[in-house]
Design a protein around this ligand. Structure first.
Ligand code: XUL
Ligand code: CO
Length: 462
């Protein structure tokens, strides 16, 4: 997420008539759009239909819905305004009067649940401050959060939509400008802790299956004023407190850390998957936390699209995915809807290989472009991305079942299954053994890595 606008659209006046119709219990927010259907023979311009995502279709023993576990994020889709550093909001939603009122917050929530239901998406995600306004004191803020989450609970029950994860916004309020848990001021650390305490309680109340920490301001802008070690020690203490409180209140969701190398901080401590895994192991937290990987963050860290998903997965640390994409030709966090079938295939290959992403999911941490101003663009964006991942799932299942790449990799490492290779693998070989082996066998021969052959195999399945 890069544009976060807790209070936006200030130039629009609250006209009671205009918005009051949306306060009614039976108000419809998207009257022109019905439940999105699956029709495999739909034509190319029919972008309000699923052509590939058929929730009940079984792929490798599980339904598409179970493999993909799609989720809508509240912040971009119901709080995004299209404002950017150069221009005012462009995404004017007819129910949103731009104020900080509870009525407005409730309208947004009702609109969101209608949206989830029409799309057939079974999960949602939010930051505490997306769904309820921040007030002058923590007590007042928590009171409003309680009232809004009562409504959220009601809407969850009525629609069957569940909470994939909740998170605390520890980056937008000016108090967090120097960080939250890594802030040089213990008073701010305490505020962040109090906020997370409440958000964990809310997550439990709404039955969240996970809880995310993304530290946009946990990092530095200059090393000249920063005690790097103290800040990381404090961050670790914060994560320990959260894990302890989770257990104390009996919240059973998985705790997840979401890596990102930069933006808004110049350097974020949770740079990429391997940095976070090393941090967790260093502080003995690797049993308490897993990772939420967002590919747009991975590419910002200078890696390939699926790199962090694969790295987290092989170490048993992939908990969930913020399914989006950037524009590598731009180089910042554009949070676009994932529409690239090859990327989706590679992600789903890892998800299938690790036996699924549950209790995580594929959360669309994505925003429509500020030029995509129609209400139907919200649907088209999600439908396009869901179809992309349905195709990725089908492609990956064929690729895995045919086993060509798997066999190729197996063959490539086969020298480790016997003799000296087996001893290396078992950890029993010594440097003397290796010398003896070379003296006996002589020089090794070049073996092709066959990259282009592998790429051609992959293309066959796309
Ligand atoms: C920021 C980002 C966040 C996290 C949750 O780039 O991705 O929206 O997903 O705070
Ligand atoms: Co994200």
């Amino acid at each position: 997420m890069s544009s976060f606008a807790p209070e936006s659209g200030g130039q629009r006046a609250t006209s009671s008539d205009k918005y009051a119709k949306y306060d009614k219990q039976d108000a419809e927010f998207f009257p022109d759009i019905g439940k999105i259907a699956f029709r495999s023979n739909a034509g190319p311009t029919e972008t309000l239909v699923f052509k590939h995502y058929n929730p009940t279709e079984v792929v490798m023993g599980r339904s598409m819905e179970e493999w993909l576990r799609f989720s809508v994020c509240f912040w971009h889709t119901f709080r995004g305004t299209g404002a950017d550093p150069f221009g005012f909001p462009t995404l004017i939603r007819p129910w949103d009067d731009g104020t900080n009122s509870m009525e407005n917050a409730k309208r947004r929530l009702r609109a969101a649940f209608e949206f989830f239901s029409k799309l057939g998406i079974k999960y949602w995600t939010f930051h505490d401050r997306d769904i309820a306004p921040e007030r002058e004191t923590l007590e007042e803020t928590n009171k409003d959060l309680d009232e809004i989450t009562d409504l959220a609970l009601e809407l969850q029950k009525a629609t069957g939509v569940k909470l994939l994860w909740a998170t605390s916004n520890l980056f937008a309020n000016p108090r967090y400008m120097n960080g939250a848990a890594s802030n040089p001021d213990a008073h701010i650390f305490a505020y962040a802790g109090a906020q997370v305490k409440k958000c964990l309680e809310v997550a439990k109340k709404l039955g969240a299956e996970n809880f995310v920490f993304w530290g946009g301001r946990e990092g530095y802008h200059t090393l000249l004023n920063t005690d790097i070690l103290a800040e990381q020690n404090h961050l670790a203490s914060f994560f320990k407190m959260a894990a302890a409180y989770k257990k104390k209140i009996g919240f059973t969701g998985t705790l997840l850390i979401e890596p990102k190398p930069k933006e808004p901080a110049k350097h974020q401590y949770d740079y990429d998957a391997m940095t976070v895994i090393a941090f967790l192991k260093h502080y003995g937290l690797e049993k308490e936390y897993k990772l939420n990987i967002e590919p747009n963050h991975t590419t910002l860290a200078g890696h390939g699209y699926e790199h962090d998903i694969v790295m987290a997965s092989v170490f048993g640390m992939l908990g969930s995915i913020d399914s989006n994409t950037g524009s590598p030709d731009l180089g910042w966090d554009t949070d676009q809807f994932p529409m690239d079938i090859k990327n989706a295939t590679l992600v789903m290959k890892t998800v299938i290989e690790q036996g699924g992403i549950q209790p995580g999911g594929l959360n669309f941490d994505c925003k429509v472009r500020r030029e995509s101003t129609d209400l139907k663009d919200m649907y088209i964006a999600h439908i396009g991305a869901m179809d992309t991942f349905a195709r990725g799932l089908k492609n990956a299942s064929k690729l895995i079942q045919d086993g060509l790449l798997k066999n190729l990799v197996k063959e490539r490492y086969s020298s480790y299954t016997a003799g000296i290779g087996k001893k290396i693998e078992d950890g029993t070989a010594t440097l003397e053994d290796l010398e003896q082996y070379i003296l006996e066998k002589g020089n090794p021969h070049a073996v092709s890595g066959q990259q282009e052959h592998c790429e051609s195999i992959l293309n066959f399945y796309i």
